[in-house]
Design a protein around this ligand. Sequence first.
Ligand code: AMP
Length: 434
Amino acid sequence: MRVLVVGSGGREHALVWKIADSPLVDRVFCAPGNAGISQTAECVKIPATEILQLRKFARENSVDLTVIGPEEPLVKGIVDAFESSGLRAFGPNQQAARLEGSKVFAKQLMQRHSIPTAPFRTFNAPERAKSYLDMVGPPVVVKADGLAAGKAAIVCRTLKDAYEAIDRVMIRKEFGEAGDQVVIEGFLEGEEASMIAFTDGRTIAVLPSTQDHKAVYDGDQGPNTGGMGAYSPTPVVTEELASQIEREVLVQTVHALNREDKHYRGALYAGIMVTDDGPQVLEFNCRLGDPETQPLLMRMQSDLVPVLLAALDGTLDQVDVRWDQRPALCVVMASGGYPGTYRRGLPIEGLEDAAKVKDVVVFHAGTAVEEGRVVTSGGRVLGVTARGNSIKEAKERAYEAAKLIHFERAYYRTDIGQKAIDRVEAGEGQTDFA
Ligand code: AMP
């Protein structure tokens, strides 16, 4: 089989790494890919959002399966475009991808189908939004309706902050037309976790729990990023909680979409706040998470390709997905300055030494090859991922490897997985795997 992976980040490197391992696959392409991906796949210079060029490439190169990494092409309808040409693409179609493409749509769907989420109102005029803020008071979370690379959810602890958030989103249009509408929702107290499922629209296969770290600095301080690290499984999601999330959120969402004539196939990602009142949905994503995919695929023992094909064929009920019991953890090495401005083109040293650390894989995100050298080319540069017999051991290995890698102004958080380790040490939550 020939497989094309669309995207260029750490998630796509992990997908390429896992797909290339499948005995069913003899050629892997990636568009556009990065320096690390180019060691395993044939990189094709087509941006992930150029749907028609991607379709032409897939047709001309007899690609049997295309796996879409990022949300933007999904929300723009890449799966519909491929299917209309008889090509197979893993991911939801444009209608179903609205679950991520529009927070207003997602919140209203949850409301209509009693899927647990924070109370909210939606607005398309800033004055009305502000009157509502006067009425409910802080703390609240202001969210732009559309896609904004995970940066359009603004947690506001004072009324002044909330007014400012409305101005940024609706008046100054910092997130472009994503801010034509806003959701204002109640602030939820708790710990976050992510649950992802593969689904064919009928059956769901739930992946192990993960937790990512969105804030840029240690202790969850500073602005949100695309994700500074992740690990799996997380003790905050006990077996009981995992089945509650499966039932009340994942199954219920696929069912809700079916009832509204939107057939969801692909990876369904639920960002959850675990509160004293049970799990509440923070957001849905219509694809695998980045960096959650890196530790998840390191733990996946089954061949990924038959699972993706079964999701397309509607036969997910016939596949059994096996997971390594050992935890895995990913530390993102970023360019100094990210998520603000940063330099590109800085040479990266030590990649080979880091890859020699036991049970470590260094997934590339923002890297490129310039004059034969691997250099930085994005905000998130690498995802140093390790497996261990415990989260603590996985963490130690990932940091041991990260310390061997050098580039100017490299930055990473030093506390990825620490909340889990603290829980394990306190004997709280699901700790038998660690
Ligand atoms: P979202 O893009 O909706 O997942 O939001 C990004 C981040 O903002 C989440 O990972 C949370 O850390 C935070 N957040 C979003 N919604 C809420 C909420 N209702 N209460 C507390 N924090 C939230």
